[in-house]
Ligand binder design. Sequence first.
Ligand SMILES: [Ca+2]
Ligand SMILES: [Ca+2]
Length: 347
Amino acid sequence: MKINGVEVENIDYDSDKVSFVDLEDYVPIKSIKAKNSSVTLDIGDSFTPEVTVSPANATYHDYVEYSYDSSMLKQNEDGSFTAIQSGRTNMCINSDGVSECVYVTVNEIPVKEITSESKKYSGTVGNIVTIKVNAKPLDSIATINWSYNDEAVRLIESTDNGRTCVFELTKTGSTTVTAYYNNARCEIPIEIFKDEAYVELSQDIVTMYPDETYTADAQIRNETSNQKRNIQWTSSNTAVATVNSDGTITAVGNGYAVISASLEKSNQKASIIVLVNSSATSYELGDVNMDGKVTAVDAMLALKLALLDNPTDVILGLADVNGDGKITAVDAMRILQYATGEITQFK
Ligand SMILES: [Ca+2]
Ligand SMILES: [Ca+2]
């Protein structure tokens, strides 16, 4: 028994579906040619590929099969194809081991009209705004584009084929973002306000012994950002004091360090002066910051220490220049006088 000119033995077959051709009668297909190698359609358009199968007397001349992406194209009973979804695909015509392909492009349904759900947006620098637009016709899934001033806003993401767009506001002032597709445009104004947030620390100076810890109480005031912002902690001198990410300061060695609390995405920061000393080490009276000289800075520090409830005894000893057992504005004044040469000794 021969099938398609090939000798086959012991085969089960369905006589309705398989036809048999004698080897001597079989004429193979040499070529399949499509009139157009590519075709471009809009959704809903139909076309019938014009195909020439050669030779004309080929056994399977009339038995061509089509392979195609059925999510993009639908074959009709008359053999034509209708575009049902946008995209690009190869539609291939196959028979008798020979193929020819037609590159099919289905255009998306163009967006004709874009409207914004909200006429205007506003927020503080650092805020995130989510802008939603509606596009017509509703069955279009064409991607909407956005243009914007990238000094004023930063595009975070565009989803739902451009119908939802998320921006971070980056610069104070008025700006406009535009959603567009071909000639359909929608301009959306955004008012961006100054970021007034700042960090406040409950005190601005602390005295410590080495190995002591102190957790600074930092609060973010005037926060209008809709994003959670962190405080970043740094130490000016980690040989004196270190600080971890939650504001816990650890005294390390003698000296003076400034611990800064910076508000994320802002240039606002607050700081706390840390004076560390162990009783074992002595410095010149009045040299409050332990830098080896008595200056106006020491006077300023004494003034700050005057407001502190419980300075360490060692720091008290350095700043209480008149020896009355407490640090007051009088000590600060004496230190200043000493620093400027007005007095040459404290007592
Ligand atoms: Ca000093
Ligand atoms: Ca005093």
